[in-house]
Design a protein around this ligand. Structure first.
Ligand SMILES: C[S@@+](CC[C@H](N)C(=O)[O-])C[C@H]1O[C@@H](n2cnc3c(N)ncnc32)[C@H](O)[C@@H]1O
Length: 300
């Protein structure tokens, strides 16, 4: 192997259509998957706030880089250029962390007002302590979007754009329908949800699978106790459609990233989507309270 980069085996590529695959040496470990016990899953899901709060205490605002690419990709939805009006646009960033999505947006679009929530009080404190924080542009508040009604803090039907940037993947899949219903309440009719997140087959998923960190189908726990779900296009489109959204855009994109010091090539895979809350459309699914928390879990 000396002098050559090791191309890591990616068992998830076998699940993808041929057109999405690249040439890899496949090894199929899928039949060795064992889900962890339900008590262990409950531990990570019910204590999610604690694990993320510890994450921000440890890393402060140093872990994520500012996501400057969003302003270019999504200026259509965030600027006033296409609306023929100078009215302030209202954004709600769910799971804002230390503010790596919101501060670049506030700087790029002077007409935005941003509500930003996170269930980690430490993350919200970091946002409020940020040098660019201005209370007349940003309303930062603590909320767990799997439990707390967003319309207690944000007016119903008042938000133009909701951003979900690597946040839905942190939520247990059985709670995702509630999160979308929660968002629908505050989104204006014809308002949009802009999403970026991890896609099935991502390098990090392969590593988590190898370390037996799977807790239910496509849902993993990392070493620090935070969880990550990996999305397929089918899963995400069904989830949004069943909760009353229409799909405007949905795509998976990938990049090979070389780590020269470790001599590996990482196959990173992400999903991006734009969803719309149509006028008058009711959701076809009203989620039941959490009686089957972990669909796909095989252990008792
Ligand atoms: C990967 S970080 C992304 C942070 C931010 N969106 C960004 O662009 O950098 C995921 C964030 O979601 C937050 N989060 C996870 N589950 C949540 C929940 N149920 N309610 C509110 N925030 C949550 C975490 O605390 C964390 O800050």
């Amino acid at each position: 192997m000396q002098g050559r980069n090791l191309r890591l085996q990616n068992p998830f590529l076998l699940l993808l259509p041929h057109s999405c695959r690249q040439t890899h040496n496949h090894s199929l470990h899928l039949n060795t998957i064992a889900f962890n016990s339900n008590s262990e899953i409950t531990k990570y899901v019910t204590n999610a706030t604690k694990y993320w709060n510890n994450f921000y205490k440890r890393h402060q605002n140093k872990f994520f880089k500012d996501r400057r690419y969003l302003q270019k990709d999504w200026s259509y939805y965030l600027s006033n250029d296409n609306s023929h009006s100078n009215q302030q646009k209202v954004v709600l960033e769910i799971g804002c962390g230390a503010g790596n999505t919101i501060f670049p947006l506030v700087a790029a679009f002077p007409n935005l007002f941003v509500h930003a929530c996170d269930f980690s009080p430490h993350a919200i404190a970091l946002v409020k302590a940020h040098e660019d924080f201005r209370a007349d542009r940003v309303n930062a508040f603590v909320a767990d979007v799997t439990v707390d009604d967003l319309d207690e803090t944000v007016l119903r039907d008042s938000v133009d754009v909701v951003t979900l940037i690597f946040t839905l993947s942190a939520v247990c899949p059985s709670k995702m329908p509630f999160v979308l219903q929660n968002i629908r309440k505050v989104l204006k009719p014809n308002g949009h949800v802009l999403l970026r997140d991890y896609a099935i087959g991502d390098f990090a998923q392969v590593k988590l699978l190898e370390k037996n960190q799977l807790i239910s189908e496509n849902f993993y726990v990392r070493g620090d106790g935070t969880c990550a779900f990996y999305f397929s296009k089918d899963f995400l489109s069904t989830l949004f459609e069943m909760n009353g959204f229409s799909i405007m855009e949905l795509s998976v994109y990938s990049r090979e990233i070389e780590n020269r010091s470790r001599k590996i090539v990482m196959d990173r895979r992400w999903i991006r989507g734009v969803f719309c809350k149509p006028h008058n459309l009711q959701p076809t699914l009203v989620p039941k309270p959490d009686d089957s928390l972990f669909p796909g879990s095989k252990s008792g």
